[in-house]
Design a protein around this ligand. Structure first.
Ligand code: SF4
Length: 283
């Protein structure tokens, strides 16, 4: 999602907010054992919402499906209501496939496709794999939007069904990454290396948060990590915003970035220049 573009609601593009809900997707209620075995087979997923968007989440018009559940705890999370898997709704695979089919002609006309986002899509790898395969059967472009922390869940076979990965590199060293997310950076680097070796296109993403991720050395490290991926075609530097704040409040959770301001235009440009210095295409 290039920062210069506008989303359908004409708001400046910055870290994505999940869709409004699961309207049009039928939630199902199943007996526990049946539910778990269907989840294991990828026939059932825990979904937060879906949204039809243009000029964000990949090329063309996208059907973005937000999966529920995430192993990270980003301080700036703009979709904290997607973090807990239990807060999602059970939606069968075939309902999601029907939804993709319904928009096939839109995808064809706009060179768009589907984007699996979250939460963390790779926390439900079986469902993701089956959805991606179904989309490829329809010759629909596929993207996943991920932190890469669970990249090891992507099999080589599944990788063959992914056209584009929107890969968030949230910080450039383990210490900062842990402060921002509560998790480790290395799995993201390993996943990017694998994608690159397989020639899967990557759009690298970096959320610029004043006082948290804006240190010169941190940005240098993120830029170095992205620059080593030969299949990386663009970098999107996403300015931090406060649009997720109301969600944290609604969830009754402490929001540590309450007093943090969005980055200035100068800071944004300085950081973009750090990426450009490596010959990367930056938005
Ligand atoms: S990766 Fe971070 S920003 Fe994305 S849903 Fe998880 S906690 Fe939120």
């Amino acid at each position: 999602m290039p920062a210069e573009l506008l989303n359908p609601h004409q708001l400046p593009i910055s870290p994505r907010r999940a869709g409004a809900g699961t309207d049009g997707l039928d939630e199902v209620t199943l007996e526990r054992h049946d539910r778990l075995s269907r989840i294991r087979r990828g026939e059932l997923g825990t979904i937060h919402s879906w949204e039809l968007v243009t000029a964000v989440d990949g090329p063309g018009t996208r059907l973005t499906i937000f999966f529920s559940g995430c192993p990270l705890r980003c301080l700036y999370c703009h979709n904290p209501d997607t973090i807990e898997a239990k807060d999602g709704q059970d939606v069968p695979l075939d309902h999601l496939v029907q939804k993709i089919r319904r928009y096939e002609s839109v995808f064809r006309a706009t060179r768009g496709g589907i984007t699996l986002s979250g939460g963390e899509v790779l926390q439900q790898p079986k469902l993701a794999a089956r959805l991606l395969k179904a989309a490829k059967h329809m010759v629909v472009h596929t993207a996943i939007d991920t932190s890469g922390f669970l990249g090891a869940n992507v099999t080589d076979q599944m990788m063959g069904d992914i056209d584009l990965v929107l890969l968030d590199v949230k910080a450039g060293d383990e210490e900062t990454y842990h402060r921002v997310t509560g998790q480790r950076l290395q799995p993201t680097i390993d996943f990017g290396d694998r994608l690159s070796a397989h020639g899967v296109e990557i759009w690298g993403r970096f959320v610029l948060v004043p006082g948290l991720t804006d240190a010169w050395d941190n940005v240098e490290n993120v830029a170095d990590i992205m620059a080593r991926w030969s299949s990386l075609s663009r970098v999107e530097v996403l300015p931090f915003h406060q649009m997720g704040r109301d969600k944290w409040e609604a969830l009754g959770r402490r929001y540590e970035l309450e007093d943090t301001q969005p980055p200035s235009a100068e800071l944004l440009e300085r950081v973009r220049d750090q990426f450009r210095a490596r010959g990367l295409t930056v938005y």
